[in-house]
Design a protein around this ligand. Structure first.
Ligand SMILES: [Zn+2]
Length: 352
């Protein structure tokens, strides 16, 4: 089968032919139909994660995976309802099944977690073996190129917004800021409207093209922050919504300067959820965080339940997408475009 693999950190992926992997008795072999490309693919190639997990090459990249059930392992229960030909999405974050996080369904923060696309098996390949419990059956009329990014770009901000909602940070008299309108932020704007219970949504980015996407997806206001001071941005927020501060922030960027800007705009008792990983440090004044009783939420990807909820919204036609379809042969050039920030929406590789 075709597979795009990292053999050496810092070098382009090698597009090669390798054997179709075997499956374990509890696994299902999925024929990949589409796989989205994520900024974390660039970071993986660049070695960003090596200080946390030094994954040994060769690594098959690609973790936003959807496809068709091709072969079912011998001990996959009949009651799971899977049949060959079913359309499925892959829930990432495969836990050990025994730790306390797995026991409550948060397999993606299991200390022994395995990730498709961050090891031997991934979605930039024609086949991938997946433990049956991490597959979700989906309707056959939903396009593969739209399903793929929902497993990360379209799920990660959903979990982050659920954390803000559950913390009481959303509601009719609240203002929620969406930071960054790239692959994740376009979805974040939509979830802020769906889960916000009437909260007004303001999107922040450094590009008018990306902010136009946010407007199209329902942002009440957009603000281009390029070259502006925190005080300038606060004034613009005040003009837009009648208060200079944000009650909740979903940060889809995680760049040091955006985090500093975000905290400078956060209200008393405000909640800040970060899902972005562009930077690797938080450096903000401490006293305002304590005296104003603010909360920071790390929110990482999502679990099976989060993905099920996102799939239900997709099936109801409630999620809109900005997709750039690409071919297997175009993976490396699109990794370069993504590194440069030159992709609007999500690049999704399709196998025909
Ligand atoms: Zn576990």
């Amino acid at each position: 089968m075709k597979a795009a693999r990292l053999h050496t950190y810092g070098k382009p992926l090698v597009l090669e032919d390798i054997p179709v992997p075997d499956i374990q008795p509890d696994e299902i072999l999925v024929q990949v139909k589409a796989c989205g490309m994520c900024r974390s693919d660039v970071q993986l190639v660049d070695g960003y994660f090596r200080q946390y997990a030094d994954i040994k090459p060769p690594i098959t990249l690609g973790h936003e995976i959807t496809g068709i059930v091709s072969k079912i392992g011998g001990i996959v229960p009949k009651t799971s309802g899977f049949a060959e030909g079913d359309h499925v999405v892959v829930a990432p974050g495969w836990g050990d099944g025994t730790c306390r996080h797995c026991q409550v369904g948060n397999t993606h923060i299991c200390p022994n977690v395995r990730w498709p696309g961050f090891g031997p098996v991934g979605g930039f390949a024609e086949f991938i073996p997946v433990p049956a419990r991490y597959l979700i059956k989906v309707r056959e009329d939903l396009p593969f190129e739209q399903l793929a990014p929902l497993t990360d770009a379209g799920m990660t901000p959903y979990r982050g917004l659920k954390k803000l909602r559950d913390a009481g940070a959303l509601g009719p008299d609240r203002v929620v800021g969406v930071f960054g309108v790239g692959g994740l932020g376009g979805y974040a704007v939509q979830y802020a409207k769906i889960l916000g219970a009437g909260a007004r949504v303001v999107a922040f980015a450094r590009s008018d093209d990306k902010l136009a996407v946010a407007t199209e997806y329902g942002a009440d206001h957009v603000i281009n922050v390029k070259g502006k001071s925190g005080a300038d941005v606060a004034k613009e927020i005040n003009r837009a919504v009648g208060q200079p501060q944000l009650d909740a922030i979903i940060d889809c960027v995680g760049a040091p300067e955006m985090i500093q800007l975000g905290f400078s705009l956060l209200s008393i008792s405000g909640h800040y959820a970060d899902v972005g990983l562009v930077g690797d440090r938080i450096d903000v004044p401490l006293f305002p965080r304590v005296s104003r009783e603010q909360t920071f939420h790390g929110s990482f990807w999502g679990n099976y339940t989060d993905l099920s909820e996102v799939m239900a919204l997709a099936a109801e036609g409630k999620i809109r997408h900005t997709i750039k379809p690409i071919t297997f042969d175009q993976l490396n050039e699109n990794l370069e475009l993504l590194r440069a920030g030159d992709i609007v929406g999500r690049a999704v590789m399709r196998f025909s």
